[in-house]
Design a protein around this ligand. Structure first.
Ligand SMILES: [Zn+2]
Length: 266
């Protein structure tokens, strides 16, 4: 009788410590013989790592749901020091990326950048929304991957509070004068203040407008435009230099993307 009572209490405790979170699998790594450890970006708990018992057994219900890109609801048991995945209900596996090697590597890079920014117990609602919309864009054949990458990178930096000032001079706040863009100053600098700026570059109107749109539009409206090759090149230069200055981390998935891009251009 006593054993049964204890078991019942344990069940109650387990139920109390179970939570369902909305999120996306950022990474998965083998653990032990049959298990997996996954990293989730969640709305409710920020970035968490969870243990998925038996997730590498072929008939396990946790096989597919613990693959990177899976987005949905995850029920986890919250232990004292770690989470254990109990079950999941996936609303989007972004399966199209399984047949699209280049798209998949863009996807891995987007996950890696999100993982770099996300913190445990932090409110990452916006980053998760951005990531989800970015993956929807990635499986949309009408949108070029290079543009998606620029939009995602600049907006991810912005969500993290390090985005460039694109609407007024970072030195004096002027909005009217002609501006140059300075990576080192973190945004626009007006002609009057630009004397001491060494890396100022003039931007064409449409490139400026594109950058303004990326940092300020609602996340759901981000992937609703395409640009000419000239604008793409200009925006890409700004974003690449900006990330080199403010992120400054070498991402593994980015190395692979570089190789793919080089092969394309060869
Ligand atoms: Zn100024």
């Amino acid at each position: 009788m006593k054993g049964q009572a204890v078991r019942q209490v344990m069940k109650v405790v387990e139920a109390v410590n179970q939570i369902t979170v909305t999120g996306m699998v950022l990474a998965a790594a083998p653990a032990g013989e049959y298990d997996r450890r996954i990293v989730l970006l969640t709305k409710e708990r920020g970035k968490i790592s969870a243990f998925a018992r038996g997730a590498r057994k072929p008939n396990s219900a946790l096989v597919g749901v613990t693959s990177p890109f899976s987005f949905g609801e995850f029920t986890v048991y919250e232990g004292r020091t770690s989470y254990t995945l109990m079950s999941a209900s996936i609303s989007n596996y972004f399966q199209e990326l399984r047949q699209d090697v280049e798209g998949a590597y863009y996807g891995f890079y987007f996950l890696e950048l999100a993982g770099y920014y996300a913190r445990e117990a932090n409110d990452e609602t916006e980053l998760l929304r951005l990531l989800y919309q970015t993956f929807r864009a990635l499986v949309n054949p009408k949108l070029p991957n290079r543009l998606i990458r620029c939009i995602y990178e600049l907006r991810a930096v912005t969500v993290n509070g390090e985005g460039p000032q694109m609407f007024e001079c970072v030195c004096c706040g002027d909005k009217e004068r002609e501006m140059v863009f300075s990576v080192r100053r973190g945004g626009l600098v007006c002609r009057q203040c630009s004397g001491s700026v060494q890396d100022g570059r003039a931007l064409h109107g449409s490139a400026l407008y594109t950058l303004q749109y990326i940092v300020s539009s609602p996340i759901e409206k981000l992937y609703t435009f395409i640009v000419t090759d000239e604008v793409q090149a200009e925006v890409e230069n700004v974003v690449t230099d900006y990330l080199a200055q403010y992120v400054g981390k070498q991402f593994k998935s980015l190395e692979i993307l570089r190789v793919i891009a080089e092969n394309e251009n060869a």
